[in-house]
Design a protein around this ligand. Structure first.
Ligand code: FE2
Ligand code: FE2
Length: 326
């Protein structure tokens, strides 16, 4: 397969030669950098993926952020505060990475609020108890790690480099979740029941985070050919299940899937099929919290208008002062 359409921005160079150079960089496992020529399709695919990733980090602050004022101890509050702040940071790195491709941050934000760009379906589910904070860290951040570690080798340099730090922080998120759950599982029967209930509610939506099955994933093949993605949705889902089952055993929780069992022949776990109709519904905006998440994000954006105005005015003032000093 040829790797893409030829961009109109060839700067007078031979388009076919530019395309060959691009393909050679990808084939050699090297990185494409912002100033390199790239096919239009590569650029738009990356902008879509990075924007969706950035939006997920920002919207993802909401389910757990809701528990900040009700953390059960100062220690738990400090941990959760650090975690939620990390997610804001991830969003900002990723918006910056999208900007290196020529995307405009205000435009990306407008598309998020208008619903024309998506974020991960998982953040449309509610966090009902403090056990959910633990389960989100353990399962949701665990799934994010499976998805994101291979992105550290993504073919686009700024995205790959952003992922290195993001993954280190995700690893802390996963461990804090697991540690919270281990503490609760060593507590009372009521605490153990809370953990099991949260696991029951989050397990299937977490498996959906890897996206539709490979047979039904429209962008996968191109993203793999371009080295943007390194593994298919189903490969990553399998990796996550295999990684999580022993952790669930160590915690003493049951994963809510009667079909889950070790397959000696495959050397991997067999597991049931997520409810893909539910996934489609949530992506289409009909999940339990879609409207609430966007309404809250819109309010936060409006409330921040004065900060953006002040920062713009300050930057203009600095430019005037610098002009006078010259
Ligand atoms: Fe994150
Ligand atoms: Fe995280």
């Amino acid at each position: 397969m040829t790797l893409g359409d030829v961009s109109s921005q060839t700067d007078g160079h031979d388009p076919a030669a530019l395309a060959r150079e691009f393909e050679a960089i990808i084939a050699g496992g090297m990185r494409i950098e912002p100033r390199d020529w790239m096919p239009d399709g590569y650029r738009t695919t990356l902008i879509r993926q990075i924007a969706q990733h950035a939006h997920s980090e920002i919207i993802g602050m909401q389910p757990e952020g809701n528990w900040l004022t009700r953390a059960p101890s100062l220690r738990r509050k400090a941990i959760l505060l650090a975690k939620v702040q990390d997610e804001a940071g991830h969003g900002l790195y990723l918006y910056s990475a999208a900007e290196t491709l020529g995307a405009d941050r205000a435009d990306l934000n407008a598309k998020l609020l208008a619903g024309t760009q998506k974020y991960s379906s998982i953040f449309n589910y509610p966090a009902l108890t403090y056990a959910d904070v633990g389960v989100i860290g353990w399962l949701v951040d665990g799934a994010a790690i499976c998805n994101q570690v291979p992105l550290c080798r993504s073919s686009y340099g700024p995205y790959a480099r952003a992922m290195i730090r993001v993954c280190k922080e995700e690893s802390f998120h996963q461990r804090q979740g697991y540690e919270l759950l281990a503490t609760m599982m060593a507590g009372t029967a009521a605490q153990r029941a809370m953990v099991q209930d949260a696991v029951d509610r989050w397990w299937w939506p977490t498996l959906m985070m890897f996206g539709p099955p490979d047979t039904d994933s429209p962008h996968s093949a191109t993203s793999m050919a371009w080295g943007i993605k390194r593994h298919t949705n189903d490969e990553l889902r399998q990796r996550f299940v295999d990684m999580t089952v022993p952790q669930a055993e160590a915690l003493g929780v049951t994963l809510p899937d009667p079909q889950l069992c070790w397959n000696e022949k495959r050397g991997a776990h067999d597991f049931g099929t997520p409810d893909w109709n539910e996934f489609t519904d949530v992506i289409a905006g009909h999940g339990p919290c879609n409207a609430e998440r966007i309404a809250r994000r819109t309010r936060a954006h409006d409330d921040g208008a004065w900060v953006r105005e002040a920062a713009t005015a300050f930057a203009a003032k600095l430019r005037t002062l610098e002009g006078k000093a010259r």
